[in-house]
Ligand binder design. Structure first.
Ligand SMILES: NC(=O)c1ccc[n+]([C@@H]2O[C@H](COP(=O)([O-])OP(=O)(O)OC[C@H]3O[C@@H](n4cnc5c(N)ncnc54)[C@H](OP(=O)(O)O)[C@@H]3O)[C@@H](O)[C@H]2O)c1
Length: 302
């Protein structure tokens, strides 16, 4: 089978030699051609899908497929799988734990106090006294939720269809999650239903002094509303990995806001060392006529 690797974000050199070694009978190419049957994509160059008339399967090299699904040239009937990479899931769990502990152990406050040369111990809160709400309990949310439960936090998980996960209180009522979460972690896919979901109304429903972690997509958050909620003191801190416009504009007021911690969309990076076996397995599944893992539901949009 001829397999196209098309990405402006993932370096081909980190993938192709290992892919070719794992699938020696297949042929990997970097330019679209009429006989390509499988495409491995992450931010493919313009005019990629237009030149693939016999495509049978698309494997995303990212977990989120919002950009891919928005591509007007995406062929309608070709199945798409998103990447389910154990390395990324582990990385996301570590990132969210790091932010949760920074907030829970009040390190964000002590950094502010250090800047003022202020020695002032603050009252300690126990993990069991904190309720953490997860927006989205899919691949990432479930792993993060389990790690938080293991640390003793109370964990709520919000999803579209409801779910059962040991230790996580799963709910489908968004108002309830917002009202009960001292700390809210957004791990939703970006769809028309979830775009701008974290807005002034949502922040006002959260308890005073709450915290937000967004590691999903920038467009989930209305940045201006967030700044108002932070500057008024209603929210104490926001950890933001993703932004509506990336890279974040050097002029953005978020950079200088002491209540915001910024990372440059690195909460979980695609990791060829752990992703490659999953990509190979999916190619083999499709070759055998089976459904790939991580099959995207185009109607739901994720
Ligand atoms: N910052 C980074 O570095 C980074 C890295 C990887 C991924 N991401 C982002 O993380 C997102 C989530 O990844 P994932 O693999 O965990 O996705 P997933 O497995 O598809 O899980 C998505 C979760 O969101 C829920 N959901 C979707 N639409 C909803 C709605 N309208 N209302 C309520 N719940 C809704 C789903 O509910 P159901 O269970 O009912 O379907 C599911 O629980 C990706 O789409 C991507 O944007 C970011």
């Amino acid at each position: 089978v001829k397999i196209l690797f098309a990405s402006t974000s993932e370096p081909a050199g980190r993938w192709i030699p290992a892919l070719q070694a794992a699938l020696p009978d297949d042929r990997f190419v970097l330019e679209p051609a009429p006989d390509v049957e499988v495409a491995l994509v992450a931010q493919p160059p313009p005019r990629t899908f237009e030149r693939l008339p016999h495509l049978k399967f698309i494997q995303s090299l990212w977990m989120g497929v919002d950009q891919l699904l928005a591509n007007p040239a995406l062929p309608r009937r070709v199945p798409i799988a998103r990447l389910l990479d154990p390395g990324m899931i582990a990385a996301m769990t570590e990132t969210v734990l790091a932010h949760v502990l920074d907030w829970h152990r009040l390190h964000f406050r002590y950094r502010e106090q250090q800047a003022q040369r202020l020695w002032k111990p603050l009252p300690q809160v126990l993990a069991g006294e904190r309720t953490i709400g997860l927006l989205g309990i899919g691949e990432l949310g479930t792993a993060v939720g389990r790690a938080l439960c293991a640390r003793g936090f109370r964990v709520l998980g919000w999803s579209r269809r409801g779910k059962q996960v040991d230790g996580i209180e799963c709910i489908t009522d968004r108002n309830e999650v917002l009202a009960r979460s001292d700390l809210l972690v957004c791990m939703l896919p970006l769809t028309p239903q979830t775009r701008r979901i974290l807005n002034a109304q949502a922040f006002s429903q959260m308890p005073e002094g709450a915290c937000l972690i967004n590691v999903a997509r920038g467009a989930h958050v209305v940045e201006r509303d967030l700044v108002v909620a932070l500057d008024s003191g209603w929210l104490t801190h926001a950890y933001l990995d993703v932004f509506e416009n990336e890279p974040l504009d050097p002029e953005s007021p978020l950079w200088g806001n002491p209540r915001v911690t910024i990372t440059p969309h690195v909460a979980a990076l695609t990791e060829p060392r752990t992703a490659l076996p999953k990509v190979v397995e999916n190619i083999e599944r499709v070759r055998r006529g089976e459904a790939p893992e991580g099959l995207v539901d185009r109607v739901a949009g994720y």
